[in-house]
Ligand binder design. Structure first.
Ligand code: MN
Length: 241
């Protein structure tokens, strides 16, 4: 039996190849697993569970048919799809996870994060995050008509792109001390996250013990996943055609 992790697919109607590659992944790799964890930025934008456009509907149907084959599906929010709610999760057969979550992965305590909380050097972003993750802000946004939310999402998407292009490289990566701190606090020897788009398998020391941090890649020219079973936990990638 195996468990799979993916993140940062950034599914969007402008990227049909990525959607197709994801469905292929579901029909092949994921169909043979016992669980699939989606660690955020699955959708490039999320305007609300009442979004009636085609992409979220098709994706929900595909996920649901995976669930019906007996594969458990878990979802953790990213900084793009943090508004995804219980209604959509249910429709897609997914279980929503908290923003920091420890699982027992075949005997290894493993911390799951989207990864944005590790990037503490990006003060502007952390401030923005605190605002948009507050239930007050979210209620205010979700009370607006769908069309207004679509406009806002497009603006935020543009703003994020222009803000990030001006930031120094190291600000966009995790803060090493924050990684160790969150791993120590949760008493794990393994961390799996995405967000930074810097796929790698890092070795480090936490609480005096050997530990590892495995970073998922974003789906662009390649698809990325982490596959774990009772013997190994490995980062995989394959070209998207
Ligand atoms: Mn992200």
């Amino acid at each position: 039996m195996s468990t799979l992790f993916i993140s940062d697919l950034h599914l969007h109607e402008s990227r049909p190849l990525i959607t197709r590659a994801f469905f292929h992944f579901l029909h092949t790799q994921a169909s043979k697993a016992e669980a699939l964890y989606i660690l955020g930025d699955f959708f490039d934008a999320w305007v609300g569970d009442d979004d009636d456009s085609e992409l979220p509907q098709t994706v929900a149907r595909e996920l649901c048919s995976l669930k019906q084959k007996g594969i458990a599906i878990y979802f953790q929010h990213g900084n793009r799809d943090f508004l995804l709610g219980e209604a959509y999760a249910q429709k897609a057969g997914m279980k929503l996870l908290p923003e920091s979550c420890v699982i027992d992965l075949y005997g290894t305590p493993t911390l799951l994060l989207h990864g944005d909380t590790l990037c503490t050097a990006d003060k502007d972003y952390q401030q923005f995050r605190t605002m948009v993750r507050s239930s007050q802000w979210q209620q205010q946004i979700l009370a607006q008509p769908l069309a207004a939310r679509r406009t806002l999402a497009a603006q935020l998407r543009e703003k994020s792109q222009s803000m990030n292009s001006m930031k120094a490289e190291d600000i966009m990566d995790v803060t090493p001390a924050e990684v160790v701190s969150q791993m120590e606090q949760t008493q794990v020897t393994r961390l799996i996250h995405g967000h930074t788009h810097r796929p790698a398998h890092h070795r480090l020391t936490v609480n005096g013990k050997p530990a590892e941090r495995i970073v998922l890649g974003d789906w662009h020219s390649h698809g990325w996943s982490i596959r774990a079973d009772n013997k190994r936990c490995e980062l995989l990638s394959w070209p998207i055609e």
